[in-house]
Design a binder for this molecule. Structure first.
Ligand SMILES: Nc1ncnc2c1ncn2[C@@H]1O[C@H](COP(=O)(O)OP(=O)(O)OP(=O)(O)O)[C@@H](O)[C@H]1O
Ligand SMILES: [Mg+2]
Length: 523
């Protein structure tokens, strides 16, 4: 009885020693905590080996965070959980074998090699109950006091679990910070954190930027101090909208900088309850390029108009005059008296001259625009059709309402161009002998049909011809572009019996899509 009491006292003495050791270790954190814990634990429990391991490899292995043998820390190591007592710990929460662990785990080479007999292990668990790892002690002899050892290990395991969880979340935080840093580094924009009043709380820029000044010159200042009033007003509205709605908002503004007038896109996203993150991108170059691109089709079409006038003038003033002169020379030659066979050749040449003159005059006529602005679309088309009929010998009909209101001048010009270009194609490519132009004034559209009874477009009528025609020339492309700029479109139907071009434009287009300004309604 006395002896029993002495033993009890001894146990309690050692337990309180363990607690004393623990209290010292508990003041530390991180790697120091793990290392000193294993060292202390070895000494207090009189065990040969103490290890704290963290689950890794998808839960199939343990990687030690601290190991001590005989009270001295060793290099960390990683081992497979299969057929080890640690696997039992993870399955059951704790596992003790006080004397015959080697024979129970004969495949655990480490146990066998080290000659360990006793094993005590407790699972390390995070605050949500997830297993994080194992804390274990091993000894070559049976443990002197297994009960005390179990209690002590349990006590240390709770604190170790907390430390391991903290280490994990620290690592996760570091990884996410590193990720965020990498993302921020990759963004070429300037970033500002702004409060509701538009005061800059923080700012960052990866590259030299016109908008960016050293943080100390920007932080604490208000956007109204740094931006022109109009830009500051729109940014303030975007910031307010993002804070009240928790939705992102964007704004484009122009700012005069040392480099001249720059255009910026600013995107505001919710940052935290009261602030927004504003990401600012210099879009000056992109905007200028877009603007240039937008003007390009209109510029090309204008160049085409000018080129046509030039060709028409050349044909009329030079080529046609030369052929007339040639014709007159041929007449004079005839009058000089030539042999019968030479006279036949001369007559042939004169016929060719006449045909060429007619063709050149027809083309020049078709290329030369009439006084469209003065007479209006219908009269101009009638004039074109009539003139073509007398010059080409084509049978051309014209159907149109007796009267039609004037359309916006650019629209009239483009529709006239389409008729002119389509008739030019009829003359040049169709081989037709009749053609027709029909102008329809519908409720919401003006539709113009130009049809011929020629051979059709190349490939027309063949089964391979798809609905979309692809063309080598620019005639049809420019017709299409002109109609598109007026919100309309171009239809083509073509078969071996002829071709019809259908141009449709809406009358209610509010804005033209080219750079020539908004459409003015006709009256
Ligand atoms: N009415 C038509 N009948 C038969 N083929 C046509 C007709 N209109 C156009 N084509 C065919 O479509 C092609 C493309 O016409 P488009 O007006 O685009 O170019 P182009 O007349 O050849 O050259 P450009 O108009 O640039 O001087 C023509 O080359 C011709 O083969
Ligand atoms: Mg053409």
């Amino acid at each position: 009885m006395v002896r029993h009491t002495l033993l009890e006292q001894d146990r309690l003495q050692r337990f309180s020693e363990a607690l004393g050791a623990a209290s010292k270790v508990f003041d530390t954190t991180g790697e120091v905590f793990f290392r000193s814990l294993t060292e202390h634990l070895g000494a207090v429990l009189h065990v040969d080996y103490v290890s704290i391991g963290e689950l890794c490899a998808g839960g199939r292995a343990l990687k030690t965070v601290a190991v001590s043998v005989g009270g001295k820390s060793l290099e960390n190591l990683q081992y497979d959980l299969n057929d080890t007592p640690c696997q039992q710990v993870l399955e059951r929460g704790r596992f003790f074998d006080h004397g015959s662990v080697q024979s129970h785990f004969p495949k655990d080479e480490f146990l066998v090699e080290m000659g360990f007999q006793s094993y005590l292990g407790v699972a390390l668990i995070d605050s949500t109950g997830v297993r994080l790892g194992v804390m274990s002690v091993m000894s070559r002899r049976p443990l002197t006091d297994p009960k005390i050892a179990e209690l002590t290990l349990g006590l240390f395991a709770a604190r170790t679990s907390v430390e391991m969880e903290r280490r994990r979340s620290g690592r996760a935080l570091q990884a996410s910070e590193a990720r965020n840093r990498a993302i921020l580094k990759a963004i070429p924009d300037v970033m500002f954190v702004l409060d509701r009043r538009g005061t800059v709380l923080d700012c960052a820029a990866n590259t030299a930027h016109e908008l960016y000044a050293p943080a100390e010159q920007v932080i604490g200042r208000n956007i109204r101090e740094r931006l022109p009033p109009a830009a500051a007003e729109s940014v303030a509205r975007a910031v307010e909208h993002t804070i009240t709605s928790a939705e992102s908002s964007s704004v484009t503004c122009s700012v005069q900088t040392a480099k001249g007038l720059r255009v910026y896109d600013a995107l505001c996203v919710p940052f935290d309850a009261d602030n927004v993150l504003m990401i600012v991108r210099d879009v000056t170059e992109t905007r200028t390029a877009e603007e240039e691109l937008r003007k390009l089709p209109a510029q090309l079409l204008k160049a085409q108009d000018q080129e046509r006038r030039r060709i028409a003038r050349e044909l009329h003033d030079t080529t046609a005059q030369n052929i007339s002169a040639l014709n007159m020379n041929l007449v004079r030659l005839e009058q000089e008296g030539v042999s019968a066979s030479a006279a036949r050749i001369l007559a042939d040449c004169r016929a060719l001259c006449d045909a060429s003159l007619r063709e050149i005059r027809t083309l020049a006529y078709l290329l030369h625009p009439p006084m469209l602005d003065q007479v209006g679309l219908l009269s101009a088309v009638r004039w074109l059709v009539g003139g073509l009929q007398t010059r080409s010998g084509f049978g051309i009909t014209m159907e149109a309402p007796p009267e039609m209101e004037r359309l916006a001048p650019p629209l009239e010009r483009d529709l006239f161009f389409v008729v002119q270009e389509a008739l030019l194609n009829v003359v040049r490519h169709s081989g037709a002998n009749t053609a027709g132009v029909r102008v329809e004034r519908q409720a919401a559209n003006v539709v113009v049909h130009i049809r011929d009874n020629g051979r059709g477009m190349p490939g027309a009528g063949s089964p391979e011809q798809s609905a979309d025609w692809t063309f080598a020339g620019v005639g049809i492309l420019s017709m299409r572009e002109r109609l598109r700029q007026n919100g309309g479109d171009l239809g083509i139907t073509s078969s071996r019996q002829g071709t019809t071009i259908i141009a449709t434009v809406p009358l209610q287009t509010d804005h033209r899509t080219d750079a020539r300004g908004p459409v003015r309604r006709g009256h």
